[in-house]
Ligand binder design. Structure first.
Ligand code: HEM
Length: 443
């Protein structure tokens, strides 16, 4: 007999500590709940051999562990007492969203081990950052630097960004090139043609870019509503440190059954489950951050696409599953998380590409059409995942902005223009005046 482990409604946030309806789970079991418990236990035992740690995690969650006890992050950003509003869903589009593979609506090219193997040995061996090496808010870039796919200093060039991110993740140059150009010209060192994956580059002075690095590119590149980082205005400018309870919430509540190494088995994360996660995390921002802004580019593209990057770039591929799957273990490795749910620890700057890990195929790299398809499908299924607007200086005052002037500015200036004016161009958002510049992050 096959018994399913009862999985919480994926549209719910993590258990809410003081919620009566949920705290009833902690009461002594009645006869019916005894039976449920036995079934759950039987289910647990039947799956435990294959997926012990995930099931233990799910059991811990259902016993009411909130996932808040791990170390690091700001308590102002703690996720465990937050109750999400229901996510707005367009049913027909949600069906399409849920059917996507981890490579998008179309499957990846057939598996080719030689092409897809990502070396983690020799010159690509993992090394944590040294004292003066820079790391920042982006786990994908941090991991690439820790393995030498980008300069280990955390300061890189356009050419290295394109080559390194293709080698490590099969990120297409039509995505990596404009991202590098923006990083150099808006937040980096245009004179030296370099950019920093974290805070300022030592010794560089540039009044135009402020040499802020991507860590301090608030509402221009770095955005509110990130999956594991807090909103800059809530943490005095720190939008680069991972908040463990935010990670734990996603880790446990976005698991989807049936995306294992062998399709139909195991637990993993999907484009659909992370599209919903973005709605929840940005809802949190609207209800906790008076200066919440979803700016053109940073908010409408970078923030939601980063959720989709995780699935598209961090999934492991195999002969059995050429479109890839993202296991909780691999997710933890890329986000520098150790320990078991709910006692996670964030190890700053120690993002790692797992050993024996295979990226997406070079024949189906992640390009701009794929990124826009991901954003469009998510937006059609969950309309709140497309946001252009802001809070008006108080929480829960979100008003949508007018995209017309933004599109006009973009047509005139393009990616190499004065990008920073896109954000204030939208509407009077008090959050746009908040522009923190902080120290270089060395871990
Ligand atoms: C040139 C390439 C890239 C640039 C310039 C870049 C830049 C950024 C920036 C500015 C952020 C902060 C956004 C925010 O506040 O939400 C960010 C976050 C993020 N990036 Fe990247 N990124 C790049 C490549 C990648 C790659 C290749 C991956 C995946 C392998 C990746 C995964 C992520 C993720 C998952 C986040 C969100 C982290 C979180 O919310 O905790 N990025 N990136």
């Amino acid at each position: 007999m096959s018994i399913e482990v009862k999985h919480k409604d994926p549209l719910l946030c993590s258990p809410v500590k003081f919620d009566q309806s949920r705290s009833s789970q902690a009461k002594p079991p009645t006869t019916t709940s005894n039976m449920k418990y036995s079934l759950a236990l039987a289910a647990f035992l039947s799956y435990a051999t294959a997926y012990p740690s995930v099931l233990e995690d799910l059991v811990a969650r259902d016993r009411g562990s909130s996932g808040s006890s791990g170390s690091s992050g700001s308590s102002k950003c703690a996720w465990n007492n937050y109750k999400c509003p229901p996510v707005k869903t367009v049913a027909a589009a949600a069906v399409i969203s849920a059917k996507r593979t981890n490579c998008g609506p179309l499957p990846c090219a057939p598996f080719n081990a030689t092409d897809q193997y990502v070396s983690t040995t020799g010159k690509y061996a993992y090394k944590p950052p040294g004292k003066s090496d820079i790391r920042g808010p982006c786990p994908g870039l941090n991991a690439a630097a820790n393995h030498g796919y980008l300069s280990r200093t955390g300061v890189t060039t356009q050419a290295e960004t394109i080559a390194g991110l293709f080698a490590a993740y099969a990120m297409s140059p039509d995505v990596s090139e404009p991202l590098a150009i923006i990083a150099i010209n808006q937040f980096g060192d245009p004179v030296g043609q370099r950019w920093s994956i974290g805070g300022p580059i030592r010794g560089v002075v540039n009044p135009v870019t402020q040499n802020s690095g991507i860590s301090y590119s608030h509402n221009n590149y770095e955005s509110d509503g990130s999956q594991t980082r807090c909103d800059a205005p809530v943490t005095n400018g720190d939008a680069h440190s991972l908040v463990v309870s935010r990670f734990a919430d996603t880790y446990i509540n976005r698991l989807v059954k049936g995306r294992g190494a062998v399709p139909g088995t195991g637990y993993g994360y999907t484009l659909d489950s992370f599209a919903k996660d973005y709605v929840f995390k940005s809802d949190w921002s609207i209800s906790h951050n008076p200066l919440y802004v979803s700016a053109p580019f940073a908010g409408t593209i970078v923030a939601p696409v980063a959720y989709q990057f995780i699935i598209n770039f961090m999934s492991n591929h195999s002969e059995a599953n050429p479109s890839g799957w993202l296991s909780p273990e691999v997710y933890k490795s890329f986000f520098a998380i150790s320990g078991n749910y709910p006692n996670f620890k964030w190890n700053p700057g120690q993002e790692r590409i797992p050993d024996n890990w295979y990226r997406r195929s070079s024949l189906t790299p992640y390009d701009n059409p794929a990124a826009f398809s991901d954003l469009s499908i998510a937006g059609a299924a969950y309309p709140d995942s497309l946001r252009l607007g802001c809070n008006n200086g108080k929480v829960n005052t979100y008003v949508a902005g007018d995209p017309t002037p933004v599109l006009a500015e973009f047509q005139t200036l393009g990616f190499a223009g004065n990008f920073k004016q896109f954000a204030p161009g939208n509407q009077q958002c008090p959050g746009n005046a908040y522009n923190p510049i902080g120290p270089t992050q060395n871990y």
